[in-house]
Structure formats: structure tokens, C-alpha cells
Design a protein around this ligand. Structure first.
Ligand code: APR
Length: 256
């Protein structure tokens, strides 16, 4: 990949920072999967999901309880899109760093498809590959077939409705995963922030948390945005183009 001199200098600076870092983790968003063909949410791109759909009508408890079929149909459409895409060079570059933990807002499994061990991926916003019972007291969940849409149906254990195992607006993050992500971000030398507008909380607060505990911040994103203030280095560009050069030959770990 040919970089202009300024970008090349930033890339070298970022590589040197990573080489000096004992503990490195990744915090990613939908931009990591964009080059695979999955839409982002807010990107200026015309196909960003929230510029085409109203999240309050599709990704909230109120929406599911008011019109469950519409919500299930929309997630089945997103599942059918995911069924047709593959990991991109960014996922593969991250998978080549098996000791690094991936904290992601993404509900797809492209990091795991690229070879990242499931226990190394912290899905803060859940998984679109599973349905779970909508009854908070019931822990039933099941894997769904991405190619074969799962209809609106009742939980076989308690009779309440099953819904996608993703975190909707207003819902709390999976407690254990959120606790582990925060704990990790308090111990890092460097947090690699890839493909996120960092506009949804509490997930986005990990950047400030890491910085407050002494971590340096490297951002990989083609668009400048408000978190630039938090970035020590902003590598402006696509993750699929930058991460292979940034990480090639390094052996990064998130814990000693
Ligand atoms: N490489 C790197 N970054 C990219 C690329 C790319 N190829 N394409 C787009 N981006 C960047 C955009 O510039 C933007 O900063 O990815 C970011 C995507 O931001 P959002 O669309 O807001 O997605 P995300 O940050 O993941 O949203 C967070 O919002 O709706 C909720 O639950 C949803 O998890 C999601 C959360």
C-alpha cells in the first residue's frame, strides 16, 4: 500500500509505539467490518444503517414489544447479509495477533471467522448469531442459522418471545464482559481504536478510561471525529489497508 510521506511517518510512529508497548488491546466498531461489505451505522456513507432506518423503531425494547415481527424481519435481513460476507484484511491482521484481546461493539463473528479465538473477543453489544429469551429471568439462548431466518417464536423454556441476542438502545451491556473490558482498559500501554465513531456509551467510555490509566491511543479511521482529541496518533485510512502494515511482524499481547 503506497502511503503519502506524512501518513507513512505516522504509521512508523505508531509501529514504534506498539513495539514499546507490553500490553495492547483493540477497541473496534462497525468500520472494522465495512470493507467486508457490512454497513456502518453513522458513517457519512449513504448506506449507513441509521441514515436508512430509525434505530428507535428497530433496535430497542419498545420497538420489539410494539412490533416484534418488524424487528425480527430486520435482524433476519442483517443476518442474511452477514451470511454472504467474509473477513477482510483488517480482521486477518488482527487474527495474526492471537495474544491480543479484541473488545468490539460489533455483533458479527468476522473476527472469529478470521481465526481469533472466541475467548479473545469481548462482544460488548452481544451477538447477531444468537437469539435469546426476552424474559430477563430466563437465560435461554440458541445459535441461529444465518442463511435460514428464524421466525418470531416462543422460548422453549419459559414461553416468552425469543429475540436477537444483541444489546438494544437502553439495555445494559453483558455484565461480565463489560467488567472484563473495563478492567483490561485500566492496565494497557496502548489501545488500538479501529473503526468506531465512539459515539455510543458506555462502550465509548473505554477510550477515556484507558487514557486516564496511562494508555496511549492509536485511532485507525478514514474520518476525523470527536475522539481525535483522545488520539496520540490518528492513522487516517481504511482498516483493511492500514492494519496489515501496522501489525505485520509484531507479536502483541494484552496481558503480560
Ligand atoms: N476502516 C476504518 N474505519 C472505518 C471504515 C474503514 N474501512 N469505514 C468507516 N469507518 C469508520 C467511520 O469513519 C466511523 O468513524 O468507522 C466508524 C463507524 O462509526 P459508526 O457507524 O458510528 O459505528 P460504531 O462506532 O460501531 O457504532 C457504535 O452504535 O448503533 C450502535 O450498537 C451500534 O455498536 C454500534 C454502536
Amino acid at each position: 500500500m503506497e502511503l503519502d510521506p506524512e501518513k507513512h511517518a505516522s504509521l512508523l510512529q505508531a509501529r514504534e509505539l506498539l513495539e514499546r508497548s507490553q500490553r495492547v488491546a483493540v477497541f473496534s466498531g462497525s468500520g472494522l467490518s465495512a470493507e467486508s461489505g457490512l454497513a456502518t451505522f453513522r458513517n457519512p456513507d449513504p448506506d449507513a444503517l441509521w441514515s436508512r432506518f430509525d434505530p428507535t423503531e428497530l433496535a430497542s425494547v419498545g420497538a420489539f414489544e410494539a412490533h416484534p415481527e418488524r424487528v425480527i424481519d430486520w435482524y433476519n435481513w442483517r443476518r442474511s447479509v452477514l451470511a454472504g460476507v467474509r473477513p477482510n484484511a483488517a480482521h486477518l491482521a488482527l487474527a495474526a495477533q492471537p495474544r491480543m484481546i479484541q473488545i468490539t461493539q460489533n455483533v458479527d463473528n468476522l473476527l472469529e471467522q478470521a481465526g481469533v479465538a472466541p475467548q479473545q473477543v469481548y462482544h460488548l453489544h452481544g451477538s447477531i448469531l444468537h437469539d435469546r429469551c426476552h424474559n430477563p429471568a430466563c437465560e435461554y439462548r440458541e445459535l441461529v442459522q444465518l442463511e435460514k431466518p428464524s421466525p418470531l417464536r416462543a422460548c422453549p423454556r419459559c414461553g416468552a418471545r425469543l429475540r436477537p441476542a444483541v444489546v438494544w438502545f437502553g439495555e445494559i451491556l453483558p455484565e461480565q464482559t463489560w467488567y472484563q473490558a473495563q478492567r483490561l482498559c485500566m492496565t494497557l500501554d496502548c489501545l488500538l481504536v479501529v473503526g468506531t465513531s465512539a459515539s455510543v456509551y458506555p462502550a465509548a467510555s473505554l477510550i477515556t478510561l484507558a487514557r486516564r490509566h496511562g494508555s496511549r491511543i492509536i485511532v485507525v479511521d478514514p474520518n476525523p471525529r470527536e475522539t481525535d482529541g483522545a488520539a496520540d496518533i490518528h492513522l487516517v485510512g481504511m482498516a483493511g489497508e492500514i492494519l496489515p502494515s501496522l501489525l505485520d511482524g509484531l507479536d502483541l499481547a494484552s496481558t503480560p
